[in-house]
Design a protein around this ligand. Structure first.
Ligand SMILES: [Ca+2]
Length: 517
């Protein structure tokens, strides 16, 4: 059994490679199963919540759970580009949910999948890894050995709901008013593969069976045989779209829960001084869908709707958990589990009624905190543990490089937390940094935020003047986990937090990547 806590990271990586059987150097490297889940907050059984997630729980029990992992911007596109490029949004300049044209803007940047491919990995991807699940540039199409498109026409399966989707879309196009999408929820008795995530799981299982040399165990053999000839280690990236809106999942996952058991959270307020424009109190994203009261703030939504949304989110989480269970089973049945690093990450958190709102798009703790679970072969001494070390999603790229002993590209702005994987008491960072654009008193700002061991501190900087702070708020998460109060303006801690924040922002801007624009 390997212990890493007293080893240098490089020596650890070398020993990890020795621990994993094989002959050639590239083949000695562990495989990587890289699972992204969209809009998944750490609302999981293994994190102590009511969500029914037996498969994520068993992954956590056989790996390491990160209790303080944070995204770098709480929206899909920006977060994912940051993770996959190893660059902060301050450097990429990509800060929206849609990041169309990102590949041209970041033409010189080596992505995680490109880098692993250059160093001997067979790179395979499907689903939502980047913001788009299809489209050559959207998915970084030049830099995978194979990218698989799994088609879907709509999010809904029930014919009446597809009709509502089509009707709403047409009416919205003609009038610019009303919802432009179908119902916000759907619960019907269909098989898992009725929705696109189920079909993605089917494909991923077929890939794992083929990679494991047991293609006969699956009806599908998606890979050309010549891709397997070199016996490269694989980097398989699988992105699931649920529990992202709309909350659609087979009935059996809804039936795991009783709707009356769900209640709105107690943290209905925002901290004093928190700019209302930065709190996303009227979340536009959810109003795209049918069934949301027109023109009413979430504080006025009826409780039956709130309960249905809470129920639907959890049903989608359990549906996704089932897919992940199938991937873990496939690793095990193919004898790959002991040679494969498994990473489960969410792209940002989500408000389930917290602060009287829904969705993401803020610097609040609930929007920036993400689930992160990793199982690393050769680190069995820390399996089944959890860590309170602060880590950021941008750290995954350098961490993986270190774990599989490939060079770190010079442009990376994150820091490896490989040592923490060997010993959960190792603190990887003193703060986690994230940012989010916001309008504050009609001024465009970027909200810069750090999470320290106890506090979250956010300053909103006017976009065109780095020295001008439009607002600032500090919360003590150890005493006020729901962030409804704030430190007083004369608290002596504020100056120290402000200095830490400034240094993090400046570092996030110091990119050495050959970005073109
Ligand atoms: Ca997302």
């Amino acid at each position: 059994m390997l212990k890493s806590c007293c080893l240098s990271p490089g020596l650890y990586a070398a020993m990890l490679l020795i621990a994993i059987s094989g002959s050639s150097f590239a083949a000695d490297r562990p495989n990587i199963l890289f699972i992204a889940v969209d809009d998944l907050r750490p609302e999981l059984g293994c994190y102590g919540h009511e969500a029914i997630t037996p498969n994520l729980d068993r992954l956590a029990a056989s790996g390491m759970r990160f209790d303080r992992a944070y995204c770098n911007q709480a929206v899909c596109g920006a977060s994912r580009i940051s993770l996959m490029t190893g660059l902060y949004p301050e450097s990429t300049g990509l800060r929206s949910f849609h990041v169309n044209g990102w590949r041209k803007k970041l033409a010189g940047v080596t992505t995680l999948n490109a880098h692993l491919r250059e160093h001997g990995y067979l790179t395979l991807g499907l689903g939502k890894i980047y913001h788009g699940a299809s489209g050559h540039d959207a998915v970084d199409g030049d830099n995978w050995d194979r990218w698989f498109d799994v088609k879907q026409r709509t999010h809904w399966v029930a014919p009446e709901n597809i009709a509502i989707q089509d009707r709403n879309a047409k009416a919205h196009q003609e009038t610019g008013k009303g919802p432009k999408r179908g119902p916000v929820t759907e619960s019907i008795d269909v098989a898992d593969d009725a929705y696109v995530d189920g079909r993605r799981a089917d494909l991923a299982v077929g890939l794992i069976n083929q990679l494991g040399g047991r293609p006969e165990s699956s009806a599908k053999t998606p890979l050309e045989e010549n891709m397997l000839d070199e016996q490269k280690p694989f980097f398989l990236a699988v992105g699931f779209t649920k529990p992202h809106l709309p909350f659609v999942a087979p009935q059996k996952y809804w039936d795991l829960y009783q709707r009356e058991d769900f209640h709105m959270p107690p943290n209905s307020e925002i901290p004093p001084g928190y700019p209302r424009g930065a709190a996303n109190l009227n979340p536009g994203e959810i109003t795209y869908y049918g069934g949301i009261p027109a023109g009413k703030a979430p504080t006025a939504w009826p409780d039956p709707l709130n309960k249905r949304l809470l129920h639907g989110y959890h049903a989608c989480v359990s549906y996704t958990d089932a897919h992940i269970g199938r991937l873990l089973d496939a690793l095990e049945s193919n004898g790959l589990a002991d040679d494969t690093i498994v990473i489960l990450w969410g792209d940002h958190g989500w408000k389930l009624g917290d602060h009287s709102s829904w969705c993401k798009h803020t610097n609040f703790e609930v929007d920036t905190r993400v689930p992160l679970i990793m199982r690393t072969p050769g680190m069995e001494s820390s399996h089944g543990t959890h860590t309170s070390s602060l880590v950021e999603l941008i750290d995954l790229y350098p961490t993986l490089c270190e774990l599989v002993d490939v060079p770190l590209p010079s442009h990376l702005q994150g820091e490896s937390f490989a040592k923490t994987l060997g010993d959960p008491s190792v603190e990887a960072r003193s703060s986690a940094y994230s940012s989010y654009p916001a309008r504050v008193d009609k001024v465009s700002t970027i909200g810069h935020s750090i999470r320290t061991a106890d506090h979250r501190y956010t300053q909103w900087w006017e976009k065109n003047d780095a020295g001008s702070v439009a607002a600032a708020v500090a919360t003590n998460l150890s005493e006020d986990a729901g962030e409804t109060t704030a430190l007083s303006d004369d608290d002596p801690l504020l100056a120290e937090l402000a200095e830490q924040l400034r240094s993090r922002v400046m570092a996030a801007r110091e990119s050495s990547a050959p970005i073109t624009d």
